[in-house]
Design a protein around this ligand. Structure first.
Ligand SMILES: Nc1nc2c(ncn2[C@@H]2O[C@H](COP(=O)(O)OP(=O)(O)OP(=O)(O)O)[C@@H](O)[C@H]2O)c(=O)[nH]1
Ligand SMILES: [Mg+2]
Length: 181
């Protein structure tokens, strides 16, 4: 069993001095690993290898170092470890595949996550797989989830900048919230 404590990232005091922790959670095959690859390697492979446990990558983003955490979505595993996973996150992205069923499941996941975060963390949703026929539109996903939601297509390398802008936007908001406290 992996000892998660050794991997915990400390809470950010000043955004440009310490690593910022961003977590990606969501049920299996919603596209979390693909998103991380898009952000850190810009490689797109469409093979599905379920993430066993978790993975993380570090990127420099302006003056900040950001650690991106990718948590495997297997239900029993996720439920058991969610609290440790998201501990100390500055942002938590809940990734859904924009199907009605998965969006409803993601709503439940957000509820559970909300019970396990402190006031410093913030939950945002990514409505992924917007390229697939029959996908729910982003505003409909947002209405269901009741958290700020951005639409995306993680297998499209042109979306890299857009997703970085989402991160930048949300980190700016997080920084403003911190200053206001
Ligand atoms: N059509 C489409 N397929 C996608 C998109 N994003 C990811 N996929 C595919 O969905 C499958 C699962 O993607 P992953 O990124 O491995 O999913 P995951 O959320 O990390 O899954 P777990 O590790 O099991 O939790 C892969 O075959 C991806 O290529 C997308 O935006 N559109
Ligand atoms: Mg994965």
């Amino acid at each position: 069993m992996i000892n998660l404590n050794s991997f915990k990232v400390q809470r950010v005091q000043k955004l440009n001095e310490m690593p910022i922790k961003i977590s990606f959670i969501g049920y299996p095959a919603t596209g979390k690993t693909t998103l991380l690859k898009l952000l850190t390697e810009n490689t797109i492979t469409q093979h599905y290898f379920p993430t066993q446990g978790f993975d993380f990558k570090t990127v420099r983003f302006g003056n900040n170092i950001i650690s991106l955490w990718d948590f495997g979505g297997q239900k029993s595993y996720l439920k058991m470890n969610l609290k440790s996973f998201i501990f100390g996150s500055d942002l938590i992205f809940v990734v859904t595949d924009s199907t009605p069923r998965n969006v409803l499941n993601s709503k439940k996941l957000i509820k559970i996550a909300n019970k396990n975060i402190d006031s410093e963390s913030h939950i945002i949703a990514l409505a992924n797989k917007q390229d697939l026929p029959g996908h729910m539109e982003t505003n409909r996903v947002e209405n269901v989830l009741q958290v700020k939601t951005y639409g995306c297509t993680a297998i499209d390398s042109n979306e890299r900048e857009k997703i970085f802008n989402v991160i930048k936007n949300e980190l700016d908001k997080a920084s403003i919230r911190k200053r206001m406290r």
